[in-house]
Design a protein around this ligand. Structure first.
Ligand SMILES: O=C(O)c1ccccc1N[C@@H]1O[C@H](COP(=O)(O)O)[C@@H](O)[C@H]1O
Length: 204
């Protein structure tokens, strides 16, 4: 089970992750209140444990910008949250980048769209639109392929996401308090995933 903590903005966020050891940390280069500047991102990547993979999050950005940032920061993965198509992803893959393709899920049709990327991207990520309160777990149940799940995960509701038996979970706002990453919330997520791994939370 991959655990990704996304939207880190400060060095102290990285230090908290070094203690908790999620598998991946996400740095946002798309338009967002969590967007980080390249120089700060570079320091954060240098400060992370080598065991934690770095993920750059982009949305509908010019591919040359993605390539430039991913190369300069030696990102382990690029995560694409917009309308990037198969050609865009294939181009990045041909250059040696590993890609997480995020699909905004609003209904059953989006699960079919997500499936198209299974053979092309390294991981498919099912997320809900940022302005939505949709219970994505109800729709994600319909997917018959491996996916990372995101969209509204919190320490209080994570069990219903884990019960989908996803390959990973991705959390951003649910590990924040007043806009800042919160160590206690991050630890609760890690503890819940560990419980799930040893079967203390029912598996799907
Ligand atoms: O977190 C952001 O600000 C963000 C902005 C633009 C694209 C993606 C973003 N984050 C991704 O959103 C999901 C989870 O979000 P949340 O836990 O519901 O807040 C995850 O895939 C993040 O990588």
């Amino acid at each position: 089970m991959i655990v990704k903590f996304c939207g880190l903005k400060r060095l102290v966020d990285v230090e908290m992750c070094n203690k908790l050891q999620p598998d991946m940390i996400g740095l946002i280069f798309a338009q967002s209140p969590r967007r980080v500047e390249k120089d700060i991102a570079k320091d954060m990547i240098l400060a992370k444990s080598p065991s934690i993979k770095s993920v750059g999050v982009f949305k509908d950005q010019n591919i040359s910008e993605v390539i430039e940032i991913a190369t300069q920061l030696q990102l382990d993965f690029v995560q694409l949250h917009g309308r990037e198509d198969c050609e865009y992803i294939k181009h990045l893959k041909n250059l040696g980048f590993r890609v997480i393709k995020a699909i905004e899920v609003k209904g059953q049709e989006d699960i079919k769209i997500a499936k198209r990327y299974v053979e092309i991207a390294d991981f498919v990520l099912l997320d809900r639109p940022k302005d939505s309160s949709l219970d994505i777990t109800k729709v994600a149940k319909l997917a018959d392929f491996d996916y990372i799940i995101a969209g509204g995960i919190t320490p209080e509701n994570i069990d219903k996401y884990l019960n989908l038996n996803p390959v990973g979970i991705d959390v951003s706002s649910g590990i924040e308090t007043e806009g800042y990453k919160d160590f206690a919330k991050m630890k609760k997520i890690i503890d819940m995933v560990n419980k799930y791994k040893v079967g203390e939370i029912e598996n799907g």
